[in-house]
Ligand binder design. Structure first.
Ligand SMILES: Cc1cc2nc3c(=O)[nH]c(=O)nc-3n(C[C@H](O)[C@H](O)[C@H](O)COP(=O)(O)OP(=O)(O)OC[C@H]3O[C@@H](n4cnc5c(N)ncnc54)[C@H](O)[C@@H]3O)c2cc1C
Length: 390
């Protein structure tokens, strides 16, 4: 694979760079700089998404017929790298990168027409209801019940660790419609509006002191059967397809931006820091190449397959190693706890170097990167079975 950009790709990169320079406002840059996980808050993330959507750039991986820009795999890669380099707020993946490809693949024409434009414009904001208190890695053991009643399903049960459920207008979720046969056989995939009576969202505060995840409780919630994606009891197929998109992509640009931050943080005279920085650079390059392979799978219309598991495991661990190095380089200032100072728009003075503003929170939040989206032990299991044939 040729890692050099052609003259045409360089011209594309310059055009993207110029657009970002002209449109990424100081407030949005600040919000991006203060991100302490892969997620930005809804207001800033959507503000940036709307700017990109007006330019036709909000969904680089979507096909043109649904509003994608028709870029090549390299162009998409360049675009993500430029956004990360500029410190743009991250766009929430649950709509654009997770449920949208599933709707394109499994949705009816009516569902495509109803949901996709609103995901692109940011009118609808999605969360993912897969995990339950008793079902994480062993997702097929999920228990949340959906019982058909006339034109509706009636939902009872609970979802947990639901990122941004407190901001979401919609949830895509897995529910149990049958207990016959294998556990995977009785699962159905539903698209649920979050303002339906009987839904309660309880916050879970992370060890970084932030509200990103929630428990969502369903008490006799009625939702139309027409809002099912795919066939009843066939939701596992949809769920697996979607997970490959969740795991595939999105690390290289962030790692490159992290390296840029690290270069300003580590002590150049310290041989241990120098070695770890070099290792971080090598890891970022290897992930960059793997990500391009996954992007080419997207480009040819295929799903990325087990390569996305390799990327998930390696990308999340490289991210965590970068965080550890940044934390070590910060020394005693890593202990400073000033959550208010890192809120976008805050003018509270921060104790320690400016580069340390988000270091500790980022370190704490990114511990979850090797758990969410399927833990890395599970990814290794997939790699062992599907890639190595063990
Ligand atoms: C910050 C954060 C955000 C999240 N966001 C969402 C979200 O938006 N929507 C959603 O649905 N879920 C979300 N999750 C949930 C996430 O997908 C689960 O936490 C994950 O799948 C692991 O499940 P669990 O927490 O139940 O752990 P468990 O499955 O109980 O696992 C506990 C430990 O055992 C290991 N383990 C389990 N089974 C095996 C095995 N077969 N072989 C080897 N080791 C094994 C695991 O790797 C882990 O280390 C989020 C989680 C976090 C931390």
């Amino acid at each position: 694979m040729d890692l050099e950009l052609s003259a045409e790709d360089l011209a594309f990169r310059d055009a993207v760079r110029a657009f970002i320079d002209a449109n990424l406002t100081p407030q949005l840059r600040e919000a991006g700089r203060r991100m302490t996980s892969v997620f930005c808050d809804k207001a800033h993330s959507l503000a940036w998404q709307r700017i990109l959507a007006a330019q036709g750039w909000a969904a680089p991986t979507w096909p043109v017929e649904h509003g994608g820009p028709g870029w090549s795999e390299i162009q998409r890669h360049v675009f993500f790298a430029e956004c990360a380099r500029a410190g743009a707020p991250g766009l929430a993946p649950m709509g654009l990168r997770m449920v949208a490809p599933a709707i394109m693949r499994f949705g009816t024409d009516e569902q495509k027409a109803r949901y996709l434009p609103r995901i692109l414009s940011g009118e609808d904001y999605w969360c993912q209801g897969y995990s339950e208190p008793g079902a994480g890695s062993d997702l097929a053991s999920l228990q949340m019940k959906a019982v058909a009643d006339g034109d509706d399903y009636v939902l009872n049960g609970s979802k947990i660790w639901t990122t941004h459920a407190h901001w979401a207008t919609h949830m895509f979720c897995l529910v149990r419609t049958s207990t016959e046969g294998k556990p995977q056989a009785g699962i159905t995939f539903l698209l649920v509006e979050m303002d339906r009576p009987g839904i309660r969202v309880d916050p879970i505060i992370t060890m970084a002191g932030e509200h990103e995840v929630n428990q969502v409780l369903f008490d006799d919630v009625r939702t139309p059967r027409a809002d099912r994606l795919g066939e009843e009891d066939q939701g596992w197929t949809v769920a697996k397809h979607l997970l490959e998109f969740e795991r595939g992509g999105g690390y290289a640009a962030g790692l490159e931006a992290g390296l840029e931050r690290l270069r300003g943080q580590v002590e150049p005279e310290d041989p241990d820091h120098r070695r770890r920085l070099a290792e971080a650079q090598i890891a970022a390059l290897a992930i960059d190449v793997t990500e391009r392979r996954v992007l080419s799978a997207f480009a040819s219309g295929a799903n990325p397959g087990p390569a996305s598991s390799i990327l998930k495991a390696q990308g999340s661990e490289a991210l965590q190693r970068q965080d550890e190095l940044a934390l070590d380089a910060l020394g005693g200032y890593a202990a400073v706890h000033q959550p208010k100072a890192r809120e976008a728009g805050s003018n509270e003075a921060f104790v320690g170097p400016e580069t340390g503003l988000t270091t500790t929170a980022r370190y704490l939040n990114n511990r979850a990167a090797s758990i969410y989206g399927g833990s890395n032990e599970i990814q290794r299991d997939i790699i062992a079975r599907l890639v190595l044939g063990l």
